[in-house]
Design a protein around this ligand. Structure first.
Ligand code: PXP
Length: 243
């Protein structure tokens, strides 16, 4: 299991005061030094956190893997084709939302989505589609011939009681279906220290994108420890030693 840390909310703190700090570029390096396998950043159309400057410098400084989250617009595809992150994750974006609220409707995305995928892939960028854990969305993603999907774990993160197991079953079935279609499976959204382990154990899920929870913990314990604490939770439980 690989951890890609989403550093958007370091930029949120910077933007709250219009200052030049804290710098998400520094955060990315610290995350990598602490064992993160990749760095994720979402360049939103309204630039509410990550900026164009961040994306360009991150591409030069990230030593692991850069995953740029973005809407499938001409402007964003143009920026991605110029910057060339290793991965571009296409997400739905609504200006008024607090965060990405649901997955892409790949089935209904039609020509616009297909065109964005084609432009990115011909620039040598691996494309991921951020989708809800639904078979029809997996089929539609496979039909677009993308190499990757990211399963939206928001419903799982918000589930309570008996719904928690139901959401894990949905994610497990989606991971199985996507793996069978040859797709690389990532997952993310709303994952936190208390809820990450059941997702980290879903067969076929190879990468988790986690942002808010890690940056929030870093306020109290520091970014290095926050990243390491999350990585510790990815490890399978130690077998009880025979006496
Ligand atoms: N994956 C995707 C595609 C996202 O849009 C986000 C939020 O920007 C995340 C993962 C990370 O979500 P969180 O900040 O809740 O960990």
């Amino acid at each position: 299991m690989r951890l890609h840390v989403n550093i958007d909310h370091v930029a949120t703190i910077r933007q709250a005061r219009g200052e030049s700090y804290p710098d998400p570029v520094w955060a990315a390096s610290l995350c990598e030094l602490s064992g993160a396998h990749g760095i994720t950043a979402h360049l939103r159309e309204d630039r509410r956190h990550i900026s164009d400057r961040d994306v360009r410098i991150l591409k030069q400084t990230i030593r692991t893997v850069m995953n740029l989250e973005m809407a499938a617009t001409d402007e964003m595809v143009g920026i991605a084709c110029e910057v060339r992150p290793e991965i571009a994750t296409l997400v739905p974006e609504k200006r008024e939302e607090r965060t990405t609220e649901g997955g892409l409707d790949v089935e209904k995305g039609g020509g616009k989505l297909a065109k964005a995928v084609e432009r990115l892939m011909s620039a040598g960028i691996e494309v991921a589609l951020f989708i809800d854990p639904e078979i029809r969305q997996i089929d539609a993603s496979a039909a677009l011939k993308v190499p990757r999907i990211e399963l939206h774990t928001g419903d799982y993160a918000h589930a309570r009681g008996a719904s928690v197991a139901k959401e894990i079953d949905r994610l497990t079935a989606a991971s199985r279906a996507a793996t069978a279609r040859g797709l690389h499976v990532a997952a993310g959204h709303g994952l936190d220290y208390p809820n990450v382990q059941p997702v980290a154990r879903i067969p076929g899920v190879r990468e988790l994108n986690i942002g808010h929870a890690i940056i929030a913990r870093a306020v109290f314990v520091g970014l290095e420890r926050a990243v390491r604490d999350m990585l510790d939770l990815f490890r399978p439980p130690a077998k009880a030693s025979a006496q």
